[in-house]
Design a protein around this ligand. Structure first.
Ligand SMILES: [Zn+2]
Length: 77
């Protein structure tokens, strides 16, 4: 085991949001998974953040009303 494989809760908390943003390298992701395996509090936090992120993604997927399809903000009328 290397030092990198032991995460504190504070470090895991940061790593969770980095992981959701796709910014975590494979070593840190492995360390995060190991921490989540052992720590229920961080597991719940990860679950909550993941749910929030997918809720936000769904909001972003809401389609525009058809009246706005032809809207061109660069058009000079
Ligand atoms: Zn923890």
């Amino acid at each position: 085991m290397t030092q990198r494989l032991t995460f504190t809760c504070a470090k895991a908390e940061r790593a969770i949001s980095q992981d959701l943003d796709g910014l975590l390298d494979c070593y840190d992701r492995r360390a995060l998974r190991a921490h989540l395996h052992l720590c229920g509090a961080c597991r719940r936090l990860e679950h909550t953040q993941r749910a929030q992120q997918s809720a936000l993604r769904e909001l972003a997927d809401v389609s525009l009303p058809s009246t706005l399809w032809s809207f061109d903000p660069n058009a000079h009328v």
